[in-house]
Design a protein around this ligand. Structure first.
Ligand code: SF4
Length: 240
């Protein structure tokens, strides 16, 4: 049985982003990312600084650890990274294990790789990275992922774009135009992921700025603008 590189398991907490915002969830964070976003708020998943925390775990071991931490006090598990889409069959087995226990799987990935288990994910968020990240979107790959999801999946999928500036907003618009049938979530970026203390006023200011852009733009009539809810409450604390 192949294993999954896990760097964090925590919860229950409240999902602060995207389509399952507000839902009580456990988090499983996988190690490794094929991107290097300039503003990454989880660079410890790929920059080597927390490599000693990585555990290679079998799907069953992760399920046991979730149960040990939270008993039956959850029925959603969010799998995040890094990029969980770097993991093949073992992730499919893990998702199957969640379903056997009546637990839904929510996953976020940037849309740089396809995995067959995408079609089994209950809530799949594809979050392509805008220009401010310094990364280039492979739109051929993204097109193929969105096509496969449209054709085959039982997965409820949506797009999420984090917006730091007007160029990012223009990118989000182009993504929305390319996949008009897929729900689009916009989220203001957190410009200082190491700031200590209460950052809610700063984040709310950025949310108001993004509201303004969306309100003024007829091409964004169907986009949904959301805060990073958990960051308003728990700020930059990790494991929340
Ligand atoms: Fe960080 Fe996500 Fe970008 Fe990877 S894709 S570098 S985890 S923000």
């Amino acid at each position: 049985m192949s294993k999954i590189p896990v760097i964090e398991i925590f919860g229950p907490t409240i999902q602060g982003e995207g389509a399952v915002i507000g839902v009580k969830t456990m988090f499983v964070r996988t190690y490794g990312c094929d991107y290097r976003c300039g503003w990454c708020d989880s660079s410890f998943t790929w920059d080597g600084s927390a490599k000693d925390k990585v555990q290679m775990m079998e799907p069953e071991e992760i399920l046991n650890e979730l149960e040990r931490l939270a008993g039956n006090n959850f029925d959603c598990v969010t799998i995040s990274g890094g990029n969980p889409a770097l993991i093949g069959e073992a992730m499919g087995t893990f998702i199957q294990g969640l379903h056997e226990r009546g637990i839904q799987a929510a996953i976020e990935t940037q849309g740089s790789r396809w995995q067959d288990w995408f079609c089994d994910v209950d809530v799949l968020t594809i979050s392509p990275k805008p220009p401010s990240s310094g990364m280039n979107t492979d739109f051929e790959m993204l097109d193929s992922i969105m096509d496969k999801l449209q054709q085959g999946g039982r997965s409820a999928h949506s797009l999420k774009v984090v917006v730091f500036d007007e160029a990012d907003f223009a990118y989000a618009k182009s993504v929305h135009k390319r996949y008009p049938a897929v729900p689009l979530f916009l989220q203001p970026g957190n410009e200082n992921v190491t700031e200590e203390g209460d950052i809610s006023a700063r984040l709310l200011g950025r949310l108001e700025w993004l509201f303004g852009l969306a309100i003024a733009d007829p091409e964004m009539n169907r986009a949904r603008v959301l805060p990073q809810l958990h960051a308003l409450i728990w700020h930059n604390k990790r494991g929340k």
